[in-house]
Design a protein around this ligand. Structure first.
Ligand code: PEP
Ligand code: MN
Length: 339
């Protein structure tokens, strides 16, 4: 069982909940987040149900859910959540295009990518300053310099920024510059990082671990929520299978499955799923048809010169096709493109 305190609940209110739980023989674990304080209860649920915790001062809700993930479960929260990223919604009535370079390389390349993204209908800019590369010899990103470039491009284009953080020690720095923090597939179960982004006061995009089950993915989201941050977006980015022709296998069923298991928005990364430019538009169409709340797409002004993931970056006519899909398909599934 979990008690979610109201934002701004007094410390005495939290103490009173803990005392009542402990007096009944249970244990209470307090997690004080930036947005909310969460109290996890361990013990006899039947006994907790007699405590009337919901009526105590400062208590927002009491979550009794059979699933191991609680705060992120649909069972606890039947209504779909909309997450706002710098004022741009990601939620059930809309469809949002997020696009930009895989990596921030130079101010010019980042600005050109952002302008290409915007022309295609994107309202959020993606771009990595800290890159989690498989090889230690590959370009690792510009770090803080890259964050400053993203902030400059945001000022110039008006596009809020989504960028990855790979180390718990960098969360405060990245949160200072970014509108949304991305946790990548390789870090989905980096629990210290999940707790740090849960306390950072920014929305979080949590990519699916490439070998993670739905439940493991939701438990990872629960780590973020348990720190008081419920502004979480789940991103399906392809999983490891026996197929080698594509970089990963897009699990399209993840979109309706995660929507049924969780109230959080679910988005798709068609670029890292297929790993090939010619697959990005077809996979984007599939994502929209399956009910994705957004897609996140790599673009680059000169993919042959890209320092990261050039083969999957869109440019030119492919971007026009993507723009067309994002305009025409969402209304067929009851959504409007965020513009
Ligand atoms: C990315 O989006 O830049 C990225 C590294 O994605 P993933 O974590 O899904 O591989
Ligand atoms: Mn990439």
């Amino acid at each position: 069982m979990v008690v979610v305190m109201k934002p701004g609940a007094a410390p005495e209110d939290v103490d009173a909940v803990v005392s009542r739980v402990e007096a009944s023989g249970g244990s209470a674990f307090v997690s004080r987040g930036v947005q909310r304080t969460i109290v996890g209860l361990v013990g006899d649920i039947a006994a907790f149900q007699t405590l009337n915790l919901r009526a105590m001062p400062g208590v927002g809700e009491v979550v009794r859910v059979s699933k191991p993930y609680k705060l992120v479960s649909r069972e606890n929260h039947p209504e779909a959540t909309t997450v706002s990223v710098g004022g741009v919604p990601i939620g059930p009535d809309t469809f949002t295009l997020i696009a930009g370079p895989c990596a921030v390389e130079t101010p010019e390349q980042t600005l050109q990518s952002a302008l290409m993204a915007k022309a295609a209908g994107a309202t959020l800019l993606r771009g990595g300053a800290f890159k989690p590369r498989t090889s230690p010899y590959a370009f690792q990103g510009l770090g803080e310099k890259g964050l400053r470039i993203l902030a400059d491009v945001r000022a110039e284009t008006g596009l809020p920024v989504v960028t990855e953080v790979v180390d718990a020690a960098d969360v405060a720095l990245v949160a200072e510059w970014a509108d949304m923090l991305q946790v990548g597939t390789r870090n989905m179960q980096n629990f210290a990082l999940l707790q740090a982004v849960g306390s950072a006061g920014r929305p979080v995009m949590l990519k699916r671990g490439m070998t993670a089950t739905y439940e493991e993915w939701l438990m990872a989201a629960e780590y973020i929520a348990q720190r008081g941050n419920l502004d979480i977006v789940l991103c399906e980015r392809g999983i490891r299978t026996y197929e080698t022709a594509t970089r990963n296998t897009l699990d399209i069923a993840a979109v309706p499955m995660m929507h049924s298991l969780s109230h959080l928005p679910v988005i798709v990364d068609p670029s890292h799923s297929g790993g090939k430019r010619e697959l990005v538009v077809p996979l984007s169409r599939a994502a929209i048809a399956a009910g994705a709340d957004a897609i996140i797409v790599d673009v680059h002004p000169d993919p042959t010169a890209a320092l990261c993931d050039g083969p999957q970056a869109l440019y030119g006519d492919d971007l026009d096709e993507l723009a067309r899909a994002c305009r025409e398909l969402p209304p067929l599934v009851g959504r409007r493109l965020v513009s």
